[in-house]
Write a protein that binds this ligand. Sequence first.
Ligand code: SF4
Ligand code: SF4
Length: 471
Amino acid sequence: MAIKNRYELDPERLATTDELGARVYLYPEDIEGKWKSRRIVLYWFLIILYLSLPWINVKGRPALMLNIFTREFAFMGMTLHGVEPILIFLIVISGLFFMAFLTSIFGRVWCGWTCPQTVFIQTIFSKIETLIEGGARARRALDESSWTPNKIMRRTLKWICFTIVSFHIAHTFIGYFIGPRALLAITLHSPLENLGTFTAAMIMTSIFLLDFGWFREQFCIIACPYGRMQSVMMDENSLVVAYDKKRGEPRRGLVPRELEGDCINDYACVRVCPTGIDIRRGTQMECIACTACIDACDDIMDKVKKPHGLIRYSTETELIGKKHNFITTRSVLYFCIFLFFISAFGHFIVSLSKPALVFYRGTDSPFQVTMSPSAKKIITNHFTLKITHQGSESFNLKLEVSEESLRKKIEIISPLNNMKIEEPEIKTLVLFKFDPDILINGSRAVKLNVIKNGITISTENLVLIGPGLNQ
Ligand code: SF4
Ligand code: SF4
């Protein structure tokens, strides 16, 4: 019979709740190993990326920004104005199916390797905690001790450091939505001048502080929607962090020594687990695939001179000795759906890159008739032209009558011909002066070439009118 200890978990309840349902705080031990080293490199890369992206300018715009107030989206030099909800829907649904595709092959790779919660807790918050309160045992002892000046001092210092870090994370987060310059300007003024942004910053700081400093694994276990959904996306061919039962069992202490498997039942894998589970019980929803138990077990295997990999990345099919396929019908299906939505997104982006022109006929008088110096009748139609475009580059736009035979008979007068278009939306006046001869029963449909920087990019249809239709 195994010796009962705090790491021998009750099979009937979560590791993080006691028999009354109250939270059991975890004190995961730190472990070094090849998987930890790989994760830390990636974590720091992601943190630096997160903190610097809003400050990096590409073609004069932040490398990544979604300004919800002006509906402006900037990504690596591409700027979209007046972002349509359909675009947001397409990018979100594409992201979801891409995640489903990755999960179906690599399991919870998001949780263990790239989730902001894991990245910030493992890299910054746990480090601060260890530095101020000590390792897992010291932290547990401090928690269980009474409130001495030493405990008050350490706790206060820890939460001050947590608050400073959370403050910075929250401000960077807001920088993605309003742009870094606006954020900097706001932080240099009194909070009362920007009460809305200040309140948002305080709420975000509180959320990060409570989650990364206190709630931690509870979020993964009870609140994260992705954690709930992952079992639907995975199957027996998905990569998981798994214990090799065939090799490990029967574990030490359950049978005579000569019949034992490789597991020495020292609970090292449980002691390092940030969600407090025992991976030897099989794949569990609480496992965030952080690989800490792999490093812990490999360390034990080194000590008992056994090969690494008693706990390793594997699949259920591989563990029962069958050949497994990484690419399954499920993963192909997820990828196809992802391709469909991302292609639709790409199609919208390409169509948005052309300027959109809308002509509004002048409402005061539909046309005017004047006489030229040579006493010839000239008809004038005037329009207000609205031009909207995506992108941040300025350009020239010209209008030209498509039919060569009409070009000499229709004169287009507009400030457009001498202006650079820089704003995402402009309105300008366009006058069409023409010979009444071109009219057929008082009107004439004409086609206009839209020429951007000297290249014809589209054709617009317009109806010119004159006497005969209204007289
Ligand atoms: S079982 Fe292993 S991989 Fe899963 S969360 Fe715990 S330590 Fe991380
Ligand atoms: S770390 Fe390895 S040897 Fe130790 S209890 Fe876990 S599985 Fe067994």
